[in-house]
Design a protein around this ligand. Structure first.
Ligand code: ATP
Length: 630
């Protein structure tokens, strides 16, 4: 329906200060969309991905688009050359032309666009030599030219410091320039290239001009025949290096053998993958006055508490004198405190309310146990409050299965979430082998978390979470989001209130325990921004500049750099850029300064649901069009 589509587009325009225009299939004419005349100099982003555009791009389209920052024409059937008036778009940062039928040599006009950051011309019919002119684009970070017909050698691109590069499947030959040798093989395959990361060039013994050995500290190539003096220098240098290495190695060995086998070492050996955690748990137990090793931290911690407080205490806690866990609802009583004491455990982390442990019970189940600190309220009040938490039941909440209360020890038992927290996923291991967090996963997590919070808010006007942040969004194996830590803010004393999470806290919240649903919405807005930008609200850069994440995003968007705020990993899935901007807008709305301006959590959840639905539909259309979807 054209009217609602138009409204949506207008909303998008206002989302970024009225300066961004998105064109879609219904808008084939470049400055007219559904009857809306658009002013050229206001167009900052032009997205026409996969809308079956064909034929030559007419000359004259770009002449007036001098403010254009992003141009996306990917996934079409455009033919011919790039029109010369693209040179007028001197502010262009992102140019996505991949997967068309464009031909001709790579036009020198591109090298007069000094602000280009991302250039994707892959999967076209570009031919001719690989131009040296790319060296003019000193801001360029992404250069994709794969699957074209480029000929000859790759020039030195010494003026560039690229993050992403691909020239696979062309007709290139010669050696891979030194500066590009850090990229993986995949970036070069399907050519007649040689040298790192590919096989050595013929006749190259590792000292050819393209070999790192033959390059001096300034990156200048050396003559092939080394002088006798140079050879002597290399030999002496190598011997000195070897001696130094051997010395450091011997020192390290001595230091290690000098250590005695403490509890920490035992714990480390038993849990090599959780060295730090085990170490922490030992000190945790020691601080609690307990005994035992890090291997069974919960056992030791609870044992310490129980032995320290005596039998009377347990009687006080459980009425009947038995050391019992209190289970909720229909949760099967699969284990008891004794089992928990015997469980092997490791520290998951220290939070505001205490330390969390992963405990593997002998009978099989794995649970997360939270040892609360600073519980100052009476036992009666604690039991009442925790009972309310225990009755919360929703697929997007981490279920609280049981609790234990004595004078000195309060334990909460939750389901263990194997994938860990969203925070760890976003900011932890960025290395190879990690599942890329694409739009589908991120928007799914956003929706799940929104539904979980929406459920909490539906329990009463004054029910709020109070501590929404990415380490409290836990994930199942299939990346379903579960909100954790709800209801705890009301159990603990003022010293443990979550005030160190300033990055998420709404501006009107002065007492961290007095949070409202609208304050939760604010925190959720920050969480959405974190999901979209990949930046933690406590990001060093933000702190350096003295701004919070919402303000940073707003300033970038106001500067008309909308695409620049998104996490690079997300931008690889560019066919959803429109939905990403909509989610960004929602995030900004949630993080509004004034509580009344923020949407309710159910509006938020509905919104995410809708924009996910439209992106999924677009995805299916795209898959039919072309299964390889960069
Ligand atoms: N049920 C669980 N399953 C898996 N990991 C968990 C579970 N509960 C907590 N964690 C992880 O344990 C660590 C400590 O959690 P905890 O909730 O104690 O502190 P936090 O979330 O860092 O801060 P805060 O207490 O302010 O919420 C976090 O990394 C969290 O993701």
């Amino acid at each position: 329906d054209l009217a609602s589509e138009r409204a949506a587009l207008l909303a998008l325009r206002s989302a970024v200060g009225g300066r961004t225009l998105f064109w879609n299939a219904t808008n084939k004419s470049p400055c007219n969309w559904a009857g809306v005349q658009c002013e050229h100099d206001h167009v900052v982003e032009l997205h026409l991905p996969g809308v079956a555009l064909s034929g030559q791009i007419p000359v004259g389209i770009f002449g007036n688009l001098t403010q254009l920052r992003t141009l996306s024409l990917r996934f079409n059937a455009l033919t011919g050359t790039i029109p010369s008036d693209l040179a007028s778009c001197v502010n262009l940062r992102n140019l996505y032309l991949q997967r068309n039928l464009l031909s001709g040599e790579i036009p020198p006009l591109l090298f007069r666009l000094p602000d280009l950051v991302r250039l994707n011309m892959g999967f076209n019919n570009f031919s001719g030599p690989f131009p040296t002119g790319f060296n003019n684009l000193s801001r360029l970070k992404t250069l994709f030219l794969e699957n074209n017909h480029l000929l000859g050698p790759i020039p030195d691109l010494n003026s560039l410091s690229l993050d992403q590069f691909n020239v696979s499947n062309n007709f290139l030959n010669g050696s891979v320039p030194l500066k590009l040798q850090t990229f993986p093989q995949d970036s070069f395959l399907g050519n007649s290239l040689c040298g790192r990361p590919l096989a050595l060039c013929p006749g190259d013994d590792g000292t050819s001009p393209s070999s790192p050995l033959a390059v001096d500290n300034n990156g200048n190539k050396k003559k092939k025949n080394l002088s006798g003096g140079a050879i002597a220098g290399i030999v002496i240098g190598s011997v000195v290096c070897l001696l130094l290495l051997a010395f450091v190695f011997i020192l390290a060995c001595r230091k290690k053998s000098g250590k005695n086998t403490s509890a920490v070492d035992i714990a480390t050996v038993k849990h090599p993958e959780s060295e730090v955690l085990a170490e922490k748990s030992v000190s945790d137990v020691e601080n609690g006055g307990g005994h035992g090793n890090g291997h069974s931290a919960v056992a030791a911690a609870a044992a310490a508490a129980i032995s320290g407080s005596g039998a009377g205490n347990n009687a006080e806690a459980n009425g009947g004198g038995a050391k019992r866990l209190v289970f909720f609802g229909n949760s099967a009583r699969a284990f008891d405190l004794e089992d928990l004491l015997r469980a092997s455990a490791e520290v998951l982390g220290k939070g505001t309310f205490g330390t969390a442990y992963k405990a593997v019970l002998e009978a099989g189940p794995v649970v997360a146990v939270k040892r609360l600190k600073d519980v100052t309220i009476s036992e009666k009040e604690f039991r009442e409050k925790i009972e309310t938490v225990g009755t919360m039941d929703h697929e997007n909440l981490v279920p609280l299965r049981a609790y234990y209360f004595s004078r000195d020890e309060k334990l909460l038992v939750y389901d263990y979430m194997p994938v860990g927290s969203l925070s760890a996923l976003l900011h932890g291991n960025k290395g190879a082998g990690r599942t890329p967090l694409n739009w589908e996963i991120r928007s799914g997590i956003a929706l799940g978390a929104a539904r979980g919070i929406e459920y909490l808010h539906s329990q009463g006007h004054n029910v709020s979470h109070g501590n929404i942040k990415s380490s409290n969004i836990l994930l199942t194996k299939s990346y379903d989001a579960r909100v954790s830590d709800f209801g705890l803010a009301h159990l603990v004393g003022p010293s443990s209130t979550p005030n160190r999470v300033a990055g998420y806290r709404a501006p009107e919240v002065t007492d961290p325990r007095k949070v409202s649903q609208k304050a939760d919405v604010y925190s959720f807005g920050v969480l959405l921004l974190e999901l979209l930008t990949g930046k933690a609200p406590t990001h060093a850069l933000l702190n350096e500049e003295g701004v919070d994440l919402p303000r940073w995003v707003q300033s970038v968007v106001r500067e008309e750099w909308t695409s620049e705020v998104f996490d690079l990993e997300l931008l690889r899935y560019q066919n959803v850029e429109e939905e990403m901007v909509q989610l960004l807008q929602l995030a900004v709305d949630c993080a509004a300064q004034y509580p009344d301006k923020r949407p309710s959590m159910s509006e938020v959840a509905r919104n995410i649901e809708e924009l996910r639905r439209s992106s999924l539909k677009e995805d299916q259309d795209q898959i039919q069009h072309d299964p390889i979807n960069r």
